[in-house]
Design a protein around this ligand. Sequence first.
Ligand code: GFB
Length: 309
Amino acid sequence: MNLTDKIYVAGHRGMVGSAISRKLRAAGYTNITARTSAELDLRNQQQVNDFFATEQPAYVFIAAAKVGGIMANNTYKADFIYDNLMIEANLIHAAYQQRVKKLLFLGSSCIYPKMAPQPLHEDYLLSGYLEPTNEAYAIAKIAGIKLCEYYREQYGCNFISAMPTNLYGSNDNYDLQQSHVIPALIRKFHEAKVNRLPSVTIWGTGNPRREFLYVDDLADACLYLMQHYNDAQFINIGSGHDISIQALALLVQQTVDYHCELVFDSTKPDGTPRKLMDVTKLNTLGWHYTTSLEEGLAKTYADFLGSGT
Ligand code: GFB
């Protein structure tokens, strides 16, 4: 990818898309194009086709998706499967029609079977039943992986796919019903601190384990893959380390520096017991994460305080 090649970042205002845009600009890429969802509805095929015909991007990062935490995924299944299928199908097909040089599609670690062996190797895809709470999103993302695979097989497109683990960092969603666990806990502990509340409620039992990757590290991995990876096989992106939700809550409490009781609400779903990614393939390629969870939480809390949420 040359510094003046036209690059389209789909979803540039989201946590992932904004991190990728920052990383590209920092690396000296000057020809980056993007549209807000008000300017371009990626679920509308004609609008997407017209955009690609006009803009003719050489490289595409698909960071656009309808995303959310366990509650959002479990509540809005039709929206999660429809929006994500339409977005990825329109972008991938238009990229093929306009002869995009290379495209990177981003999925999620939830594509793997609920009870797959850990750590999750790329070969485990489709080897068992999915986690019900995020089946809709997972099926859409699996379809995206297959679209890239089959457009490569049939049309020779250099479309690659990557499966990030749970992400967090600046520009995240802090809505307590829609968000993922880290922004939710940061907000809960912060609001408990400000209001001197006696406790913070954690969803579920606290027993599930999750792997987390700071979003700027993900952006670095995406740029690395766009520059160095050209195979059909999708590739896991993660830290290779996981932590229980209970231990995470204690880390967030320490980051926010407010000591109160933790109340575990077992009426809320735990979701997948564990989804630790096998990142051997990516590490062997030469990429490793650099931001520890402690450092990432401190940076994210600082961003939260600065955002005025
Ligand atoms: O981050 P999260 O919503 O998504 O939940 P998943 C992770 C774990 O944290 C679950 C627990 O066991 C939650 O029950 N948790 C505890 C909380 N307190 C809270 C809270 O206040 N808010 C939230 N959100 N969780 C998502 C998938 O699953 O992972 C998405 O639904 C996507 O599709 C994403 O794949 C990466 O990790 O369970």
